[in-house]
Design a protein around this ligand. Sequence first.
Ligand code: ZN
Length: 155
Amino acid sequence: MSDAAPDMQDLYRELVIDHSRNPRHFGRLEDATHTADGINPLCGDKLRLYFRVDASGTIESSSFEGSGCAISIASASLLTEAVTGLEVDDAKSCSATISTRLTTAAPYANLDAHLENLKALDGVRAYPSRVKCATLAWHALQAALTNDTQPATTE
Ligand code: ZN
């Protein structure tokens, strides 16, 4: 029996694998109020995100569909879990936080408790070519919530 602390990197790696194999909220959301496509031509990831925002500006439900590599799918799946229940403005700032976190060399800031699982994406910083896979869904979230009609692209 070992009393060693679990290796957090391993836990997060498993979380990414789990979300890529069993994506949460996968499929079309019939009564969506906001949708956006995201395309990452470098990898071939194509996602469509759906959100239903209620009259008070809260994201009631989220879903996504599409195809892509494990990182892009896991990131979209984690996104739908993280932003459901958030106010639109909070979801947008969450998107900005994650994009900054993955694309700059700045030290990690703490994440709010409900975003804790998004630390699972931190590992892609070591693989610059995969960062766009991880940020794709977040670009699409931003586009959906600002009613941007152009597909979000990582290019
Ligand atoms: Zn990809």
